[in-house]
Ligand binder design. Structure first.
Ligand code: ATP
Ligand code: MG
Length: 826
């Protein structure tokens, strides 16, 4: 063995056979498909280092891509460690940053200057709004967010404006397509690209300029992709253009040409935007074109595909072998991350999905701790339990930096943050913003601050145009300078805007705002217009929060939106309401309203103090959503909020996207090395007042053998207490009201014996039997039924445990049959 070989061979040490094969793979398409924690990312980094050490590629000839900046930084770091030297020249990037880098050099070919601006999502939303307004569209119905998401979906599927217009079936689609046209024109006119353009434009560039494409294809002799299961059609096409012969040239003599500068997409792409990636008889390269090097290595796990809602296409990984008949496919089956009980839990859960490649993971790390499922009386108790466990594990020597609390939506972090703060434990919120730093929470608190202190100009400036009410920066500047000049407050100025020299239109907008503020001051003074705070005259901060959101139109604007992000914002505001509610309960109003508000704001400020030092050597507990946890690992993982409607999310239940939710649960479970706990709260204040909850169906899918002996008790939901329904989500009105017609008698809740006796190992919710699982109910299509909220309707069909009913007055709804308490109408 030569010294070079020995030097390279070091990189093969500590790898198992299939991992080694992947690292040594001679070239051509390679798919490493394997379950979580089996060393895919490790293989990818070792291969990069191996290519360099064996002289197959220079650092600058390798492109390694992934999805998040954190993951890209981690990849670079690992490669640097392996090589023992600087990784300068190596392209390790997210898809978007790689494209941005290419476009910074090539933008002129597409009619942009190199200094083009990149619009973030706020910028692009504003632009969409302007375009919609210019088109005279009703922005209540066609919300800028919703339309922007649809445009984004078109772009991710590489659909041009023309294709979007051709595909538009109804009025909504047509409005979107028109907005897309106007939006794209504006972007070009502004020399700007949005995030999706970075991908789409690079694809465009490569298709229109074969010479440019050839340059990059020759530059990157090897392309490696982590988390391949989450690629969308635009990313797929980008990889195809970088590595393969171009099947697009078969589309016609003009090749992929003929696109206009505002289209940003591929003409010949099918409606679904996906082309076969591989080479076949029809896809021989054009005369004179270099064949692609085809050195594409992708690693991923179909069971962890969790970005379908952002146009990612799981078929990219499932069909890889069809796309590349000559691809080498390597499976890894040994998991090096987790102990066996944790793996069993993951395997058992994911076995409930039908759309997947079967995989079986094993580990050498021993059985380890059993997985714990815990039911807590409410969300406070849940947060306290988690924090207690964090303290216990810390006492056993697990560093805080090795513990993570994961949740489905950001709104769930608030209770945990509060409990951690009370226990004086350091924490960080990854990929998100601490609860009290979130824009909508800050907006609402700024309203309270300004109501409390009209001289607080910072708070005033923050809220004066939120939601947008046509009060521009110039007007705000005038108000502030007039207040300063006259020694008054902005509140005084808006009461008499003409005195500040504002123009008529501005005066009008400001006066409307002044009226809203006056109404809020009335509430603060105890004269709640709807009497909610009138009992005893004491201020309830929760009511004031609600009034702020209602009177200012803040809540209404978010409610009218179809953007899932806005849904998240509403959840956060509901959380703020719940926080105020707790304050009202725990610290009954003493003193006048101003005093109460003062104490409340102080409390919130304490929790939002983002400047707390973070240099504790034991680090911090990490809090994040399940989506952000992909690829990471921790000694101890807590998965909180495991309740039907929370996780799986009600939206997923309603739309039947349970498999993606289950994959998300799989991602969460497989982050854990040694300790895993899943918790749910019997009552949770998530959407308005506390509601009874039922345990997540995913908990019931965990194999009992992997769980500790008290877990089965925690799988029993108390029958709902017939809570009055409230809230805007359909789900909040179901699943909490009792038994369906086929349900067993309510009762004591299934204990271990009960469940075990039923052999309920991997039982789906439909397996029935457990007192509190949704009972198996089968409605006959055509049956007339009555529902507590939606009244009379007709059963359309059963869809698993979901019954689809067309209600006479409410249209079609998807309800969980076992919980919906439908009455047959005979
Ligand atoms: P995910 O699907 O979650 O992204 P992954 O397949 O990328 O997981 P890695 O993160 O690469 O898995 O590896 C999981 C853990 O197992 C890491 O700590 C890694 O260092 C370790 N590991 C992987 N392969 C081996 C091996 N052959 N020997 C020892 N440890 C290994
Ligand atoms: Mg990985």
């Amino acid at each position: 063995m030569t010294s070079v070989d020995a030097y390279a061979a070091e990189l093969l040490e500590g790898l198992n056979d299939p991992q080694r094969r992947a690292v040594e793979h001679p070239g051509g398409p390679l798919l490493v498909i394997a379950g979580a924690g089996s060393g895919k990312t490790r293989v990818l980094t070792h291969r990069v280092a191996y290519l360099v050490r064996t002289g197959q590629a220079g650092l600058g000839e390798i492109l390694a891509v992934t999805f998040t900046n954190k993951a890209a930084a981690e990849l670079r770091h690992r490669v640097g460690d392996l090589l023992g030297r600087s990784t300068k020249g190596l392209w390790v990037a997210t898809f978007h940053s790689a494209c941005a880098r290419i476009l910074r050099v090539e933008a002129e070919k597409l009619g942009y200057t190199r200094q083009f601006t990149i619009y973030d999502s706020d910028d692009s939303k504003r632009l969409v709004k302007r375009v919609l307004e210019a088109d005279g569209a009703d922005t209540k119905r066609f919300t800028p967010n919703g339309v922007r998401n649809q445009i984004s979906d078109h772009k991710n599927r590489l659909r041009s404006v023309e294709q979007a217009q051709q595909l538009a079936a109804g009025q909504y689609d047509r409005t979107v397509a028109d907005a897309y046209a106007g939006y794209q024109k504006q972007l070009v006119a502004n020399n700007a690209m949005d995030f999706d353009d970075l991908m789409g434009r690079t694809v465009d560039l490569f298709e229109r300029y074969p010479d440019v494409r050839a340059r990059y294809r020759n530059a990157f002799k090897h392309v490696l992709v982590d988390e391949y299961q989450d690629t969308n059609p635009a990313q797929y096409r980008f990889l195809q253009l970088l590595c393969m012969d171009d099947p697009m040239h078969q589309a016609g003599p003009s090749g992929g040409g003929g696109r206009d500068a505002t289209g940003g997409a591929v003409d010949a792409v099918s409606g679904e935007g996906r082309l076969p990636l591989g080479q076949d008889a029809l896809t021989a390269p054009l005369a004179g074109e270099e064949p692609g090097h085809r050195n594409l290595m992708v690693v991923g796990d179909d069971a962890q595909s969790i970005y379908g809602f952002r146009s990612a296409d799981i078929r990219n990984i499932l069909d890889f072998e069809d796309d590349f008949p000559d691809a080498e496919v390597i499976k890894l089956e040994q998991n090096y991350r987790s102990t066996q009980h944790i793996l069993d839990a993951a395997n058992g859960l994911i076995a409930n999905n039908t759309n997947q490649r079967p995989k079986h993971l094993f580990t050498d790390l021993g059985t380890g701790d059993e997985v714990r499922v815990r039911a807590l009386p409410d969300d406070h108790a849940e947060a306290r339990w988690v924090v207690g466990e964090v303290e216990r594990l810390a006492g056993e020597g697990v560093p805080l930096s090795q513990m993570a609390v994961l949740y489905r939506t950001n709104a769930l972090s608030r209770g945990i943050e509060t409990a951690l703060t009370q226990a004086e434990l350091e924490y960080q919120v990854v990929g998100g913003v601490r609860f009290f730093d979130r824009a909508e929470v800050k907006d609402a608190l700024s309203y309270l601050q300004w109501l409390h202190n009209p001289a607080n100009t910072v708070a005033f400036a923050r809220v004066v145009n939120r939601p947008r009410r046509g009060i521009g920066d110039t007007t705000v500047g005038r108000i502030l300078s007039h207040a300063a000049a006259t020694g008054t407050t902005p509140l005084d100025v808006i009461k008499d805007p003409a005195a500040a020299g504002l123009k008529t239109a501005a005066c009008k907008a400001v006066s409307t705002f002044a009226e809203q503020v006056a109404e809020l001051h009335e509430t603060l003074a105890g004269g709640h217009p709807e009497g909610a705070a009138a009992d005893g005259g004491d201020l309830r901060v929760a009511d004031l929060v609600e009034d702020v959101l209602r009177v200012t139109g803040y809540r209404a604007e978010l409610e009218a939106s179809t953007d899932p992000q806005d849904e998240g914002r509403l959840e956060n505001l509901d959380q703020l309401h719940a926080f105020a509610d707790e304050f009202d309960e725990e610290a009954p109003a003493e003193g006048d309203a101003q005093h109460v508000l003062d104490r409340f704001l102080q409390g919130a400020a304490l929790l939002s103090d983002a400047d707390r030092k973070a240099d504790n050597p034991d680090g911090q507990v990490t809090l994040m959503t399940l989506h952000n946890a992909k690829g990471l690992e921790y000694d101890a993982v807590f998965l909180v909020g495991c309740e039907d409607g929370v996780f799986p999310h009600s939206r997923a239940i309603d739309s039947g996207e349970l498999e993606e939710e289950r994959r998300l649960a799989y991602v969460g479970i497989t982050r854990a090395r040694r300790h895993l706990s899943l918790t749910w709260a019997r009552r949770r204040a998530l959407y308005g007042p506390p509601q009874s909850q039922v345990p997540s169906r995913f908990l019931r899918e965990l194999p009992l053998d992997a769980l500790d002996e008290t877990s089965p008790d925690a799988l029993s939901g108390q029958p709902g207490g017939g809570m009055p329904t409230r809230g805007r989500r359909d789900f909040s009105s179901i699943g909490r009201v009792g038994r369906g017609p086929g349900g067993g008698a309510g009762g004591s809740g299934g204990g271990a014996a009960n469940l075990a006796a039923l052999g309920l190992k991997r039982g789906s919710a439909l397996a029935g039997g457990d007192d509190d699982a949704p009972p198996a109910v089968n409605w006959r299509p055509g049956q007339r039924v009555r529902h507590v909220k939606f009244d009379a309707g007709e059963v359309v069909r059963m869809d698993g445990d979901v019954v689809v009913v067309r209600f006479d007055g409410h249209g079609e709804k998807r309800l969980i049959a076992g919980f919906a308490r439908l009455e047959p109408i005979t």
